[in-house]
Design a protein around this ligand. Sequence first.
Ligand SMILES: [Zn+2]
Length: 90
Amino acid sequence: MDYLKVHCFHCKGDFELYNRNMNYDDKPPRCPHCLKMMNKTQWERLINAYYTFAEVNKNFRKYHDDRGEALFQVELRSYYVKPEKMVIDD
Ligand SMILES: [Zn+2]
């Protein structure tokens, strides 16, 4: 089961989005804690990215089952660091 974990920087809350929530026809999701809504363009990009990523993992499983290829499952994680907090070595 693939799902997305979303962090809201407005209220610092986290929530999940599952397959059943990933529809272009649906309104962009709101943070369930503070009700901030996601931008529609970003929501559509997120749906595209989600399905592309889920397909790659699905194919890893399929090619493993069908052809005995090595099995991998990949998880994308993000950790946001404010630009002013980044330490650049020179
Ligand atoms: Zn929030």
